[in-house]
Design a protein around this ligand. Structure first.
Ligand SMILES: *Cc1c(COP(=O)(O)O)cnc(C)c1O
Length: 368
């Protein structure tokens, strides 16, 4: 029996009646840009995140980019980013004409290491941009303390962490603003592209709201050179349905992760490390092994889908050749990228499927 990495079709079928009704409601409403569904979703998502504002945008990259623009990041500025992240985090900085300054992760949490941030600051630093990678919250308290001490903004990339909690409080407003993606495979996923920024800062929310809509507040009056980056109302309606199931679906991910943690402990794998202040959203269940490639192949032969998040770190991508980093510039990230393997996890996966994965993984590493 095959086990896919993530079965989005099965997730749709579980909510099909609700989703189809929501989509039909938008199609017959006559509102195809903005309108009541987008506003309702923004309100509901802000409440869920414990933030006073949510601003819907077209995707997660735009959420990061527009939030940085609203923080006045531009050419000559520097933004501290994790060396271990998806490239979108860096690209948002580059889109502002600013420079991403990578900081290595903690080897256990694989998130940005707060103890290394101060050494990366210069008079040009404007923002610290931690990522809650794999759904594991980054250690926000020391990051916020550094930001306060140096007068910097904090933008969180929570594209993989919908519903995760840091010290008991849901992500959504620990920093000055939080960027979200609703890419279909995320914990809160649309059926197309989508994104949002949450914040407690009314001024930031207002600026992002203007930037996403051609720099305009009133039709045909343009205050700034803005963008077209709006959250689609069909996606907003789908997201409203899925938001009501998010905690339930995250709980299923948590059970699967617990089963993995238990079933794979004592093996030669490095398992995710969860600090006691973290309640992860388990977007990904990422193990590390020096024989990652053979493991992936053997699991594929057993019909088990796995993915690598990510095979090449941003600093070694051709896209960032201009920054001049070579192999060995960020060794902790490079080792992570060489060793990580993401096991199947998702809302429609069963615990017995997790058992099958555990058996297959144990058999694969037993041979090497
Ligand atoms: C998915 C993701 C993004 C980008 O989201 P899109 O909606 O695909 O633009 C940004 N950062 C991280 C960490 C992501 O995983």
């Amino acid at each position: 029996m095959k086990i896919p990495f993530l079965d989005l079709g099965a997730a749709y079928r579980e909510l099909q009646a609700e989703i189809d009704t929501a989509v039909a409601r938008v199609l017959s409403s006559g509102y195809y840009i903005g309108g009541p569904e987008v506003e309702a979703f923004e309100g509901e998502f802000a409440t869920y995140c414990g933030a006073s504002h949510a601003v819907g945008v077209a995707n997660g990259l735009d959420a990061l980019h527009l939030a940085l623009r609203a923080m006045d990041v531009g050419p000559g500025d520097e933004v501290v980013v994790p060396s271990n992240t998806y490239i979108a985090t860096w690209l948002a900085v580059s889109q502002c004409g600013a420079t991403p300054i990578p900081v290595e992760p903690d080897v256990y949490t694989r998130n940005i290491d707060p103890a290394r941030i101060e050494a990366a600051l210069t008079p040009r630093t404007k923002v610290i941009l931690p990522v809650h990678l794999y759904g594991q919250p980054a250690d926000m308290e020391p990051i916020l303390a550094i930001a306060r001490k140096h007068g910097l903004c904090v933008l969180e990339d929570a594209a993989q962490a919908h519903g995760a909690r840091y010290k008991g409080k849901r992500l959504g407003a620990h920093g000055d603003a939080v960027a979200w993606s609703f890419y279909p495979g995320k914990n809160l996923g649309a059926m197309g592209d989508g994104g949002a920024v949450t914040t407690n800062d009314a001024r930031l929310a207002d600026r992002i709201g203007v930037l996403r809509n051609y720099g305009s507040r009133a039709k045909y009056v343009n205050e700034v050179k803005g963008y077209n980056s709006r959250l689609d109302p069909v996606q907003a309606a789908i997201l409203r349905v899925k938001l009501t199931h998010l905690d339930d679906w995250n709980a299923r991910r948590t059970s699967l992760a617990a089963r993995y943690q238990q079933g794979l402990s004592g093996s030669s794998l490095t398992l995710p490390h969860v600090p006691d202040w973290a309640e992860p959203a388990w977007h990904l269940y990422v193990v590390q092994h020096h024989k990652r490639e053979v493991m992936q192949k053997e699991l594929a032969d057993a019909g088990i889908g796995t993915l690598i998040h990510y095979p090449i770190p941003p600093h070694l991508q051709t896209a960032y050749a201009d920054l001049g980093y070579g192999r060995g510039s960020f060794p902790i990230s490079e080792k992570i990228h060489k060793e990580v393997l993401s096991l199947p996890i998702g809302p429609t996966m069963s615990l017995s499927q997790a058992e099958q994965v555990i058996d297959a993984v144990r058999s694969a590493i037993g041979k090497h």
